[in-house]
Write a protein that binds this ligand. Structure first.
Ligand SMILES: [Zn+2]
Length: 438
């Protein structure tokens, strides 16, 4: 039973690992009873698609999905790191409670390092220029091969993403700053380059919307009462009517009268906070009016921390498992059998194609993965998955601000790191699984 879980975890790790990074491999997921086929390399899509009856897998899955729902990035990093930690924990044979304590302790060390002002993992942002923000957006977008975007298209979408973000920042600074929200709506049949940002409040998005039919200014009508034709909202009064009158059709006639008036007034957007009678909706839509009923909204929340007590040997073994897991995540960026190098000065990362031979390794003349370090001198490099002496990465001293070509969201990454360790610890702490089989 235990080895069955381990096999499933290993399979899940390999599956997600090969979907990681800018050269990720796409996955096609379909279940054995038919149904829709999902193609993606994005963690949120893949994890939604691979439901498992194994409670441990479900736990990891929902933990990562929760991270992605809040940060929209670094889901695969979290998942792969978590699964590597679990696999390493199994292999090093330490007591689980020691593993858990050391993992917590090392996570606190990592987080402390990352939060330092001069930490080398951070890039100073120049807010007079949107270039860094666009680079960040582009790093995320260009790592999604399913989007099949051309260079100009991913550039355009990256700029729009930044523009949309900037529009969420309030102009006046109140006591507590709350960012607005960006909603992305996909419309079939249009060029990616025609995508645009519209500031304002999105209430609902009707299907088959054609932007060409919208002219501005737009005449809008909003009702807060029900237009369903029911009589529930007229209060306690009495209604008198002639015998033989069909109330329903009388009400419908009135509603259609309203519809005619709306058309006469040139209204293009017809909104109602409650229900609209289907006949009235049909009438308005046939005449080119966008109709939206039952206007509403939604929300979300979540959070956790550390202690220690073990022998030095245990500590070192656990620390090695932790570090090796992190390295495994970095080597997961390469999918063509190539190798990963680290420079032992600044700790930046290079991937080399598999056809590079030992002789060619006299320094790498290409920039590192993030583009900040231009080349890696001989003797200052090491294979990532080999042993090398521990060191503290030296800061890069350059006159000009660093120009990274690939940027990750810092907050998303830091959170993903925490989620990975905490989820792994949670799984390590599981003693019994009690399941309702009904
Ligand atoms: Zn780099």
């Amino acid at each position: 039973m235990l080895s069955d879980v381990c096999n499933k975890l290993h399979l899940m790790k390999e599956f997600l690992r090969s979907s990681y990074g800018p050269t990720a491999r796409l996955k096609q997921v379909h279940n054995n009873i038919g149904g829709s086929v999902v193609t993606s390399s994005t963690s949120s899509v893949l994890l939604q698609a691979v439901a498992s009856s194994q409670p441990i897998i479900s736990l990891i899955r929902s933990s990562i999905l929760n991270h992605v729902s809040r940060f929209s990035d670094c889901g695969l990093f979290a998942a792969v790191f978590c699964l590597c930690l679990l696999e390493q924990a199994g292999q090093c044979g330490l007591r689980k409670n020691v593993m858990i304590k050391v993992n917590k302790h090392l996570l606190a060390l990592c987080t402390g390092y990352l939060q330092q002002e001069d930490c080398g993992c951070k890039v100073k942002l120049d807010f007079c220029s949107s270039q860094s923000l666009i680079t960040l957006a582009r790093s995320v977008i260009s790592s999604k091969p399913t989007c099949v975007l051309t260079e100009p298209e991913s550039g355009h979408i990256s700029r729009l993403a930044v523009q949309a973000f900037l529009l969420t920042v309030p102009c006046n600074i109140p006591d507590t700053v709350r960012l607005g929200r960006t909603v992305t709506i996909t419309i079939e049949g249009h060029s990616v380059l025609k995508s645009a940002v519209f500031p304002g409040l999105l209430l609902s998005m009707p299907e088959n919307l054609c932007f060409d039919s919208l002219c501005s200014p737009l005449h809008v009508v909003l009702f807060s009462i029900s237009l369903a034709g029911d009589l529930g909202e007229i209060g306690d009064g009495r209604i008198e009517m002639h015998q033989g009158v069909d109330v329903d059709s009388q009400i419908l006639d009135q509603l259609l009268e309203l519809g005619k008036q709306v058309l006469k007034d040139g209204v293009k957007l017809f909104l109602c906070q409650k229900v609209i009678h289907p006949v009235l909706q049909h009438y308005l839509r046939c005449n080119g009016v966008i109709v939206i009923e039952r206007l509403g909204s939604k929300n979300e929340v979540s959070e956790s921390t550390s202690v220690l007590g073990c022998s030095q040997t245990e500590y070192l073994l656990a620390a090695e498992a932790f570090c090796h897991s992190l390295e495994l995540v970095a080597t997961s960026l390469e999918h063509d059998g190539g190798t990963s190098l680290i420079d032992l000065t600044h700790a930046h990362h290079w991937t080399l194609p598999s056809d590079v031979t030992e002789e060619h390794l006299e320094g790498v003349m290409a920039p590192c993965g993030c583009g900040v370090v231009e080349s890696c001198q001989n003797k200052t490099q090491s294979y990532l998955d080999t042993k090398y002496a521990g060191f503290s990465p030296a800061p890069l001293l350059t006159a000009a601000p660093l120009q990274a070509t690939v940027l990750d969201s810092f907050t998303a990454k830091v959170n993903a790191l925490g989620v990975a360790v905490e989820t792994a610890n949670l799984v390590l702490d599981v003693r019994y699984v009690i399941q309702d089989v009904n």
